[in-house]
Every structure is written in C-alpha cells, then in structure tokens.
Design a protein around this ligand. Structure first.
Ligand SMILES: Nc1nc2c(ncn2[C@@H]2O[C@H](COP(=O)(O)OP(=O)(O)OP(=O)(O)O)[C@@H](O)[C@H]2O)c(=O)[nH]1
Ligand SMILES: [Mg+2]
Length: 255
C-alpha cells in the first residue's frame, strides 16, 4: 500500500506549498509522489493535483443548494467528501507512486474535529498513513501562540493514531533571534514557561504552569523540524521521518 501523507495545519500555514515543494524535492531524488487536493475551497494550488476534489464538489454549488454561507458550505462539503471515498480509494490504488501527498482543507477544525476526516483516513488505510503537522512560524515565534499551536497539535494527535511529525513552517521568515527562541522553547519547557509569563504579565502563573504540564505530558516538545518551501529546509527531515516509518529507515529504492 502506498504511504498516504496528510499535510495538516491552520489556514495559511503553508500546507499546499509544502506539498508542492516536497513533491519537487522527491522528484530530485528520483522518487515519485501523487498529489491529492481535498480542499474544495482552494483557489490556487501550487502543484498539479492528480486528484482534485474541486472536480467533484463545487463550494459555490453547495452554498446555493443548501443555502449556506462560505463557512457552512465548507463544513457541508467536508461531509460530502465521504460520498467520494470509493473514488479516492480506486484512484489511490491506481497509482504506482512512492507516496501520496494529501493536502487537506485550510480550516484545521474541519480536519481536526469532523467525523469525515477520520472516515477518510480509515477508509484510505490508517496503517499506511502519517501526518506532517505544520505550525506557522508566524505563530510559533510568540510564546502564547506557540503554546496554543501545540495544544491544537495535541488535539489532532488525540484524534488520529498515526505517526505524526510536527514542523515549524516558513522557517525562512524567522529572524535568527526568533528562531533561536523557538529552538529554546522546544528544548526547554521552563524557558517557555518564563517567556509565557513575561508575555502575559497578568496571566496567573498557576494557569501557565498547568498549560505547560499538559504540553509536557504529551511529549510534544522538542521534536519539531523547521521546514521551508522557499529554502527547502527540512525536506530531508520529512523524508527521513517517512523512511523510518514506511521502510524501516532504508531509503526507498530509486525508481
Ligand atoms: N516565505 C514563505 N512563504 C510561504 C512558505 N510556504 C507558504 N508560504 C506562503 O504562505 C501563503 C500560504 O501558503 P499556502 O501553501 O497556500 O498555505 P495553506 O496552508 O495551503 O493555506 P490554506 O489552504 O488556505 O489553508 C502563501 O502566500 C505562500 O506563498 C514558506 O515556506 N516560506
Ligand atoms: Mg492550501
């Protein structure tokens, strides 16, 4: 079964760009990835999807048919995706690629909290799935949004029991100082706690400490890889992570 790699993160975190740049990076090492766009609301996609949900579901039609606004239509569309699951499976099975890269809808809550996404992953095969989770560096560089991004990552982790690689996306946008802070917070929860308390002056120290306990108990700090679709930083890390899971650390044979 071809590994299915889901790119998940908040709106605008760089999912589609990462799908495009990782596909290109794989091509350079002679590996082949099929790409799936599961976002019916995508206006521009920086790669040519092999499977594009926009050909099956039109957000405008969903809005008209169910008399919904854009957000309601996104929710309805994510549930309508279920009706196309057989086509997904057929489509994926027809590929002869090394990976299938799956670009999920921009609204993280649709993927994170709707039943449909679990259904999709289950039907496409959980065993061969992994999640590349993007935390936008614009959020990661502020202590409180760093923490809330980690909580969001944890809520995705609790819904999907598949290998999970947290990344800090758009790393090229971080100044050296910002990057160094993020690195320190990833490694040292006490430094993060101090930064959080400094930022949130009036915030109860107890609350900050409880939040840190939550993050620590999930063991989600210290593992993030910096990635950039501009500089290609982190592509190798993603590839190593996938190789470790799907081929026991062996590089896939060149095709
Ligand atoms: N500098 C920089 N910009 C990036 C990077 N990745 C994405 N961007 C920019 O960030 C914006 C959003 O990128 P997308 O790839 O569309 O993000 P997305 O998560 O797919 O967005 P939605 O699907 O709308 O949620 C675009 O303007 C990209 O050009 C990166 O690595 N570095
Ligand atoms: Mg996108």
């Amino acid at each position: 079964m071809i590994p299915r790699i889901y790119f998940v993160g908040t709106a605008g975190a760089g999912k589609s760009s990462l799908v495009a740049s990782f596909q290109r990076w794989l091509e350079n090492i002679k590996l082949d990835a099929a790409t799936f766009n599961l976002d019916p609301g995508a206006e521009y996609i920086p790669y040519s999807p092999d499977f594009d949900i926009r050909e099956r579901i039109s957000l405008t039609e969903v809005m008209q048919e169910y008399d919904l606004g854009p957000n309601g239509a996104q929710i309805a569309a994510s549930d309508l995706l279920i009706q196309h699951l057989d086509e997904f499976v057929e489509e994926i099975d027809s590929y002869d690629s090394d990976y299938v890269l799956i670009d999920v809808p921009g609204q993280l809550e649709l993927f994170a909290f709707r039943q449909s996404s679990r259904e999709i992953m289950r039907t496409l095969g959980e065993k061969n799935s992994a999640i590349i989770y993007l935390i936008d560096s614009n959020l990661a560089k502020v202590p409180s949004s760093f923490v809330s991004s980690k909580f969001l990552a944890m809520s995705v982790l609790t819904r999907f029991y598949v290998p999970f690689l947290p990344t800090i996306s758009k790393s090229d946008l971080l100044s050296p100082e910002e990057r160094s802070s993020v690195e320190i917070w990833e490694r040292n929860p006490n430094e993060l706690l101090d930064a959080l308390k400094r930022e949130k002056g009036g915030m109860s120290a107890l609350l900050a400490e409880k939040m840190m306990e939550g993050i620590n108990s999930f063991d989600i700090l210290g593992q993030s890889k910096f990635v950039s679709s501009q500089s290609d930083e982190g592509m190798e890390d993603i590839y190593e992570f996938l190789s470790m899971i799907f081929s026991g650390g062996e590089d896939l044979e060149e095709r």
